[in-house]
Design a binder for this molecule. Structure first.
Ligand SMILES: CC(C)(COP(=O)(O)OP(=O)(O)OC[C@H]1O[C@@H](n2cnc3c(N)ncnc32)[C@H](O)[C@@H]1OP(=O)(O)O)[C@@H](O)C(=O)NCCC(=O)NCCS
Length: 291
């Protein structure tokens, strides 16, 4: 078996904590579904008073995707828009866009891999509102692209009520996204978040209020944005960059570097292949930061 390669040949972060290799999306789906059902049976024995949660959400479902659609829809439903309508929308999105389920599998694996507090897959699946919020966004985004603007905006508003996350359905968000705690997250209409990004609570990816059109941040692959950070304007947070908790970021952040403070300044600058190259890039003003 090869090493953790997904069906579309990208390396999948199903790493250290799961000891077997995954060759295809189908194999990953089967592995996840088996794990989730095992965990649900164990949880049932330990907490029988929560039986309906484990049975309705997992043990009575027929697949990993069906279980997730049911769980998220159960949270989103109310007496205006019922469970069936939301499950049906998820199923339509699933039928037309294989990306949706690839992304939701990558999200749950990403959380399991990157959240030291996450011990089982059942935890994000049942309880983590960051996971529920990103799946609600994924459905809203599909509805938005399909021209179902009102349904998309309704889900944005419902997610904002329930999970305290306000993600515009037009924003473009990649796979393996970890919204830790999620409370207070705001993501603007023209924001882009690439694969494997981690966002802590109370992060804003917003406009400066001075621009129209494409006005929100672009967060590149593998970046981490700390709690309470505000990133304003159409600026780039480079690959694997880190933004310290509480920062206000107004200038692009170089790849592989760390910025902190208000306004944010470069505190770690591994921006070049070598230390000398990094120093040159910083000294000769490649970035708008004083250090
Ligand atoms: C920035 C961070 C990722 C650490 O990155 P790092 O590259 O290892 O940085 P260091 O810890 O070496 O700190 C580098 C400098 O930045 C400063 N710094 C670090 N975090 C800072 C912050 N949030 N605000 C202001 N300055 C900060 C340090 O004091 C240090 O300054 P010094 O060189 O003058 O002593 C980490 O401090 C952070 O903010 N993580 C966010 C985690 C979070 O949101 N947790 C909430 C969980 S609920």
């Amino acid at each position: 078996m090869s090493l953790a390669i997904s069906a579309n040949s990208r390396k999948f972060p199903f790493s250290g904590r799961v000891q077997r290799s995954i060759d295809s999306e189908q194999e990953l789906a089967d592995e996840l579904w088996g794990r989730l059902r095992r965990e649900a049976r164990e949880a049932y024995l330990q907490a029988p008073m929560l039986a309906p949660l484990f049975v309705d959400s997992i043990l009575n479902q027929h697949s990993f995707e069906a279980a997730i659609f049911h769980r998220i829809s159960t949270r989103l439903q109310n007496n205006i828009v019922g469970l069936g309508v939301i499950v049906d929308a998820f199923n339509r999105a699933h039928d037309e866009s294989p990306y949706l389920v690839e992304a939701l599998r990558a999200d749950i694996v990403g959380i399991y891999d990157r959240d030291p507090a996450c011990q089982r897959f059942i935890e994000p699946f049942l309880y983590f509102k960051g996971f529920h919020a990103i799946q609600t966004y994924r459905l809203a985004h599909w509805l938005w692209l399909s021209g179902e603007r009102d349904f998309a905006l309704y889900l944005q508003s419902r997610s904002s009520d329930l999970f305290q996350t306000d993600i515009h359905p037009a924003a473009k968000i990649g796979k393996s996204i970890f919204l830790d705690h999620a409370t207070g997250l705001v993501v603007g209409e023209t924001a882009v978040i690439e694969d494997q990004v981690t966002l802590l609570q109370d992060v804003t990816l917003g406009g400066t209020g001075k621009e129209a059109g494409d006005r929100h941040p672009k967060v590149r692959r593998g970046a981490m944005i700390g709690a309470g950070a505000k990133i304003l304007g159409n600026i780039e947070v480079g690959e694997n960059a880190r933004v310290a908790a509480g920062s206000v970021v107004l200038h692009p952040v170089p790849a592989n570097s760390t910025v902190a403070g208000v306004p944010a300044k470069l505190v770690r600058h591994s921006v070049g292949e070598t230390d000398e190259e990094s120093l040159e890039l910083v000294l000769y003003g490649a970035f708008d930061y004083a250090i």
